[in-house]
Each structure stands twice: as C-alpha cells, then as structure tokens.
Design a binder for this molecule. Structure first.
Ligand code: HAM
Length: 435
C-alpha cells in the first residue's frame, strides 16, 4: 500500500465542509475589510525565498522543499505566502493601478519541519498583505482583521501579543548590544544561536532551546534602543488598537521567525490547554524593505498569516462545529430495469432544476436503497416499481413527516419545488431551501 508522505494529511469528504465553511468566513471578512484575493504559484523560483545569504530563519535555511526542474532551474515549494505575493506585486506592477494593494490568499504551504500536533509539512494558510502604506493604522487594521476572524469563528482565549523591532537604525543599535551581551555567554549558546550571533543576533531571542536559560532574562530589550520614529509608530499602533477595543499584551522578546520584518510584529496565541506547543494561530508584522529587497519600488507592507489546521482545531475545541451535514432533496429508489430507466430521466429533470438528487446504481433491493436514502440525509424518497410505472405514477415520501403520496411520474420536480417553496418541509432549515 502506498501511504501519504510524512507530515501530510488527507481532508476526507466528511471534513471538507468545515474547510469550505472556514474559507467562506474568511472571504466574507476580507470583503468587509476590502482585501482582494490573489492566487500565486505553489512553486516559485528558489530566489523568491532564498534571497539573502545572511537569512538565519529556520524556514529559509532548513525547511524549504528545494528542487531542480527538468531544465536544471532552482525551484522551491512555497513555505509561506508573503514572498510570492510580493513577487507578483512587483512583476505585475500592481503599484501602478492602485496606491495601496490589499490582498489575501488561501492555499497550501510546505515546510520540512518535524511533524507534531498542529505542525505539518504541508499545511494550508490564510494570509493578508497590505502593500503601499506605512501608516500604523494599517498595522492595526491587519490585527483587527485577525481578531475579527477569531471572533467570527467563536474561538475564545486568544491573546494578541505584540512588539516592535523598530526601524533599521533601531535594529542596528540593538544588534550591536545583543552581540556584546551574548558574546559573554558564547559557551552556553546552542550551535544555531552561535551562527545567529554572527549573522542575525535578533533571532537568538526566538530560539526555542536557549530562551529559557538564565542569562536570557537579562538580555538587552529592544524597547531601550528604539528611535523616536519607531516609538511613535508603535505608540500609534497601540492607540489604534485601544480605540478599536482590541486587547493586547506587549511582549518584549517577540521577534518572529522570519527575517523580513521591521517595526510591528504580532502573534495571536491560543490560551487553550489542549493545544500544546503549537499554540500560535496566526502572526505577522510590517515588512518595509521586502519589496525593495526583491528589486521592486520602495514600498512598505504589512501582513499576517493563519494556519487553517490550527484554526479548525481551535474551533472544534471551542465546540464550534463548522461541519454542516450534507443532504439530498430527493433520493430515487427504482425496482427493476424499466423503473431505473424512468428514474434516470426524471432525476435529470430534477437536477436541471437545481435539486440535489441521487439514486442507486447497484441494482440493490428495496431495503438497501432505503438505507442509502437515509445515509444521504434525503428529504424526499421517490419509489418507483413496476405497478406505478405502468400507470406513469411514482410514490413520494416526505422523510421528515413520513407522509407518502402517489403522484404523476412527471411531477416529481414541481411537487418537491412546491413543498420547498411553501416551506412545508424542514421548517427553519434554511440550508435546505432550493437556491
Ligand atoms: P508564520 O508565523 O511562519 O508566518 O506562519 C503563520 C501561521 O501559519 C502560523 O501562525 C501557523 O498557524 C501556521 N503555520 C506555520 N507553519 C505551520 C506548519 N508547519 N503546520 C501548520 N501550520 C503552520 C508567515 O508565514 C508569514 N508569511 C505571515 C505574514 C504575512 N507576515 C506578513 N505577512
């Protein structure tokens, strides 16, 4: 038997509904916030992600799926959405048609990570990117979209953790302070952090191995190195969050795992015990130099990404079932070859009219066909045997009321439509109305 690759999963028909429901909640929310959908390739030229030799993020250095195509070009399966969206923004000159591009995407990402609960090698992400404005209110808008999503899904116990890593001048000064500080503890740093100390000391703060060590507590804090411009940007973000009544916690050591950020960085963390280590539902931040670094015009940006799986897990732990049950309007039961032929044609009429229908294709007995009607959650069951067929009649049963009538074989569609429109079936069940 061939199995799925490690760290991947199948979304089976029973679970797909919760995925599409989540997608439609996201699409609705993005419409409310005026973000437009963008779809970019799942693989990109390797350069899109491997831009900077000094990039020390795990995602770029250890986790990308890199391969050569048949023409020996370096390709990478996208590990995240931001860089691909920025590539598309530059290549399609989206900055010409609008001063600000507010974009969102939903799709699979790939990271060669150690799989565990809430962390897989292929996962789906929802992300937004707002390109073109350096306003702190844009940062606040993105965070507000994130908290609105959490609210719309009915997930409780989610905290917004926020920090600033300032502008370039801030980070240059802070970097120097970190190098001086951590140089004293070189012997105690893990091998990754020794490398970070040389290339990007800021990322030491994000180290899962070293961050609990005693000397970490006294490491310099970025807030003491912020330039006045960085302070005022961050203060304005915080003021905007307050004005929108969004709760937040400032977390001094939050730097995020990707190298492109500047100024605001944030994460939405689930304080849900069952969640375990992978409790960050989403995160993001500002990236004011990424577009320029990718050879585009000097354009600021801010965005955020959410893992689908973690959102769905949080929903189910919160008792929110996004998985509404499938149903049919009509299940056709036919007894005998002639009846089957007649049913095929009447079912087709119903389907053209938009009713959800199915029938038995296995030539099974009455009992099994009734079982299938039940399993398919059919509102009506039509039963056609030889006797009815001779008189061009068909029996139709309302599965909710158990009432049964005999009607003209050719009247199934208008009969069901009439019942649905008069709402004499499944009162209050809007989902089952014919669209
Ligand atoms: P990220 O923090 O790497 O940021 O990922 C965002 C979210 O994707 C995480 O909070 C998590 O929910 C989910 N995620 C990441 N890796 C995995 C995994 N292996 N398995 C399951 N879920 C995962 C970014 O990707 C940035 N591009 C976000 C951003 C957009 N920043 C600015 N714009």
């Amino acid at each position: 038997m061939i199995s799925k690759p490690k760290g991947t999963y199948d979304v089976l028909p029973d679970e797909v509904k919760s995925w599409t429901k989540l997608e439609s909640t996201i699409r609705k929310l993005c419409q409310i916030y005026n973000y437009k959908e963008i779809r970019t390739p799942i693989f990109e030229s390797g350069k899109v992600f491997h831009r900077d030799v000094n990039d020390t993020s795990d995602m770029v250095t250890k986790e990308t799926y890199d391969f050569k195509d048949r023409s020996d070009r370096d390709m990478t399966l996208r590990p995240e959405g931001t860089a691909g969206v920025v590539r598309a923004f530059i290549e399609n000159k989206l900055y010409v048609s609008a001063p600000v591009s507010k974009l969102f995407y939903i799709g699979p990402m790939f990271r060669y990570e150690r799989p565990q609960k809430g962390r897989t090698r292929q996962f789906s992400q929802f992300g937004v990117e707002a390109l073109g404005s350096n306003s702190p209110y844009m940062d606040a808008e993105v965070i507000s979209l994130g908290t609105s999503l959490i609210k719309a899904l009915g997930i409780r116990g989610v905290k917004v953790k926020i920090n600033t890593i300032g502008d370039k001048e801030t980070r240059d000064r802070y970097r120097q302070a970190l190098v001086e500080y951590f140089n004293q503890y070189k012997d105690e740093l893990c091998s990754d952090c020794l490398n970070r100390l040389e290339k990007n000391p800021l990322r030491i703060l994000d180290c899962k191995i070293d961050r609990d060590k005693e000397f970490f507590k006294n490491a310099p804090k970025i807030k003491d190195y912020l330039t006045p411009a960085s302070v005022s940007h961050f203060e304005a973000v915080i003021e905007a969050l307050k004005s929108m009544k969004i709760d937040y916690e400032i977390e001094d050591n939050l730097v995020r795992g990707l190298d492109y950020y500047s100024h605001t960085v944030f994460e939405l963390e689930a304080d849900i015990p069952e969640f375990g280590a992978q409790n960050v539902l989403g995160g993001g931040g500002r990236y004011d130099t990424l577009v320029k670094d990718m050879d585009g015009p000097d354009t600021p940006g801010v965005g955020m990404g959410f893992g689908f799986d973690r959102l769905l897990l949080a929903c189910s732990l919160a008792g929110k079932n996004l998985n509404s049950k499938d149903y049919l309007h009509v299940y056709f039961i036919a007894l005998g070859e002639e009846a089957r032929k007649a049913v095929i044609s009447q079912m087709n009429v119903c389907r053209i009219g938009g009713l959800f229908c199915d029938m038995d294709y296995l030539g099974r007995g009455l009992k099994s066909q009734f079982k299938s009607a039940d399993a398919n959650n059919a509102m009506f069951t039509c039963i056609l045997g030889d006797d009815e067929l001779k008189n061009f009649k068909i029996n139709i049963k309302n599965n909710e009321t158990e009432e049964q009538e005999t009607i003209s074989l050719y009247d199934v569609y208008p009969y069901v439509l009439n019942k649905l429109n008069s709402k004499s079936v499944c009162a209050g069940c809007k989902e089952k109305e014919v669209k």
